[in-house]
Write a protein that binds this ligand. Structure first.
Ligand SMILES: Cc1ncc(COP(=O)(O)O)c(C=O)c1O
Length: 480
C-alpha cells in the first residue's frame, strides 16, 4: 500500500505540515507583495503547458508535492495581491472569503441539495438575500432564494437570457427547442460584455441576435437609439427577448442610464437585465447611488462577488424578482433522486452539485458588516478620484473621461505626436510599467486610440501607491 493510503490520523499530520508550507507562501505573497514580481511566466512554462509532465506513478510525501506545486506558481505568477496590480476588476481577495472557501471544501458541503449540505444551503440563501439588500434589489415574493450562485458573470448572464427567452417565447420551448420559434433579438450597448453574445450562441439564437446599441462619449447606452432599434425590429416581427443594461462597463466602468432603459424594455415587453458584474456592488454607495436609479426595476441582475465584493475568482450571482421563475426554468427529475420536498438549489439553476462559494461571503458580510464593505468600496472610489485629479494636473496626461466608479482610463500625449505615435507611446508605457515591476495596468482600445486602463480594485491601495504609479508613467514619458 502506498503512503497516500495511510490511515486518516497520518493524513492529518501530513496535511498540517503541508499547510504550514502553504501558509508561509501565502503570508509572504500577501504581506510583502512588493517582493514578488507583478507578473512572471518562466519560458519553460509554455512548453510544460503544451506538453504536460507524464502521469506520476510513485508516491511522494505531500510536503514534497506541495513544494513542487509552489515552484510552478512562483515561476508563473500574476501578483493580484500587489497594491499596483490594476488589471481588470478582480484583485487581492479578502481573507474572510478565502477562509470560507477552505471550510466549505475541506468539509465538502454543497448547497446543491439540502441532504448534502443543509447548513451550506441556508448560508447561500442568506448571502443571496444580503447581496440583494446590499445593492437595493427587492427580495421579491414567491419561492426564495430569488437568485442563484454561478461560476462567474458569464454563467449568470447566460442564465438571465435563458429566463428572458422562456418568458418571451413560452416555456414550451424547453421541450420543443427553437423549431418554429419567431426570430428574436437581445439589445445591449456596444460597450457591453462579450458573454452576452456567447450566451446567445449557446442558447441557439446565434450571435447575430445581438443588437449593439450606440453609446455616448462616456460609453453609456443611448436610450433613443435603443428605442429606435427595438421599434424597427418589431415592425419586422422580431421578438425583443431582453434589454441588457451595463452597470459598470468592463472598459471604463460606465453605468448605462438604467431608469430610461427600464422604461423602454417595459414598453416593449422585454426582459430587463442589468449586468452589474463589477459595478452593482456600488449601487447603494453614497456619492454614486443616484447613477444606479432603476436597478431595482430589473427582472434580473448579475453581480460577480469576485470583482468588487473581494471574493476569490469564480463566483457570480444572478438575482431575480422571484425564485418561482428559477424553479420553472430548470425542471429536473431522476429515478435516482428521491424527491422529498426539500429546498434543493440544483432545481433552481443550471448546475448540479457544486462547491459552496458563499461561506466566505457570509463571513465577510458578517464580520465587516455592510458599513465596513461600503467603506472599502468608498475608499476605492475616493482613490480613483485622487488618481483622476493627478492625471488632470499633469500636462502630459489626459483622461478619457471623469471616472464614474473605480476605473480610471487615461493616456499620455506629447505635443506634436500624431495618433499612431500616441498609441505607441501608451502601449510602451503599459509594457515598461510591467517589465520594471512598477505597475500592472492594461491597455484599452477606445475607437482606435490606445489608453491605459487602471482598475482601482485593491483594498490595500493608498495615495502613495497612486503617486508612484503616476510618477512612473511620467518618467517613462520623459525617457521614451
Ligand atoms: C460587465 C461584465 N459582465 C460579465 C463579465 C464576465 O464575468 P466572468 O469573467 O466572471 O465570467 C465581466 C468580466 O469582467 C464584466 O466586466
Amino acid at each position: 500500500m502506498g503512503s497516500a493510503a495511510k490511515p486518516h490520523r497520518d493524513e492529518w499530520a501530513a496535511f498540517t505540515s503541508a499547510m504550514l508550507e502553504v501558509q508561509e507562501f501565502v503570508r509572504a505573497a500577501r504581506q510583502t507583495p512588493e517582493k514578488f514580481p507583478l507578473f512572471v511566466a518562466d519560458d519553460r512554462l509554455e512548453a510544460r503547458f503544451e506538453r504536460p509532465a507524464p502521469l506520476p506513478t510513485a508516491a511522494v510525501p505531500l510536503d514534497a508535492a506541495v513544494s513542487e506545486l509552489l515552484g510552478v506558481l512562483q515561476a508563473g505568477y500574476c501578483n493580484a495581491s500587489h497594491p499596483n496590480y490594476h488589471a481588470y476588476f478582480a484583485a487581492r481577495p479578502r481573507l474572510e472569503a478565502v477562509l470560507g472557501d477552505y471550510l466549505g471544501e475541506a468539509l465538502n458541503q454543497t448547497p446543491a441539495a439540502w441532504r448534502a449540505g443543509p447548513g451550506a444551503t441556508v448560508i447561500e440563501s442568506e448571502v443571496l438575500a444580503w447581496i440583494a439588500d446590499f445593492i437595493g434589489f427587492p427580495r421579491g415574493p414567491g419561492r426564495w432564494p430569488g437568485g442563484i450562485v454561478t461560476g462567474g458573470g458569464h454563467l449568470a448572464n447566460l442564465a438571465a437570457l435563458k429566463l428572458a427567452r422562456d418568458r418571451a417565447l413560452g416555456e414550451a420551448i424547453q421541450a420543443e427547442g427553437l423549431r418554429g420559434a419567431p426570430e428574436a433579438a437581445v439589445y445591449m450597448s456596444r460597450e457591453g460584455h462579450f458573454s452576452i453574445a456567447r450566451a446567445l450562441d449557446i442558447l441557439g439564437h446565434g450571435r447575430r441576435a445581438l443588437r449593439e446599441i450606440e453609446v455616448d462619449d462616456r460609453g453609456r447606452m443611448l436610450p433613443q437609439a435603443l428605442a429606435e432599434q427595438i421599434a424597427a425590429d418589431r415592425r419586422r416581427g422580431v421578438v425583443p427577448l431582453a434589454v441588457v443594461a451595463i452597470a459598470g462597463t468592463s472598459g471604463s466602468g460606465a453605468v448605462d442610464p438604467l431608469e430610461e432603459i427600464a422604461a423602454i424594455a417595459r414598453e416593449h415587453g422585454a426582459w430587463f437585465h442589468v449586468d452589474g458584474a463589477a459595478g452593482a456592488a456600488m449601487a447603494r454607495l453614497p456619492g454614486c447611488a443616484e447613477r444606479f436609479a432603476g436597478l431595482a426595476e430589473a427582472d434580473s441582475v448579475t453581480l460577480d462577488p469576485c470583482k468588487w465584493l473581494f471574493a476569490p475568482y469564480g463566483i457570480g450571482v444572478l438575482l431575480v424578482r422571484s425564485g418561482d421563475v428559477l424553479l420553472r426554468a430548470f425542471p429536473s427529475a431522476s429515478h435516482y433522486w428521491e424527491e422529498r420536498g426539500e429546498p434543493d438549489l440544483f432545481a433552481m439553476g443550471p448546475y448540479g452539485s457544486r462547491q459552496v462559494r458563499t461561506l466566505g461571503l457570509w463571513l465577510l458580510f458578517r464580520s465587516l458588516g455592510a458599513d465596513g464593505l461600503r467603506e472599502l468600496l468608498g475608499e476605492l472610489r475616493r482613490l480613483t478620484a485622487y488618481l483622476a485629479d493627478r492625471v488632470d494636473k499633469a500636462a502630459e496626461l489626459e483622461l478619457l473621461h471623469r471616472p464614474e466608479l473605480a476605473v480610471c482610463v487615461l493616456r499620455a500625449r506629447r505635443p506634436g505626436d500624431d495618433e499612431a505615435a500616441t498609441n505607441h507611446l501608451n502601449a510602451t508605457i503599459q509594457r515598461r510599467l510591467l517589465e520594471s515591476n512598477r505597475a500592472f495596468v492594461t491597455t484599452l482600445d477606445w475607437r482606435g486610440a490606445t489608453y491605459l486602463r487602471v482598475g482601482v480594485n485593491n483594498y490595500i491601495l493608498t495615495e502613495s501607491d497612486i503617486d508612484r504609479l503616476i510618477d512612473s508613467v511620467l518618467a517613462i514619458v520623459a525617457e521614451a
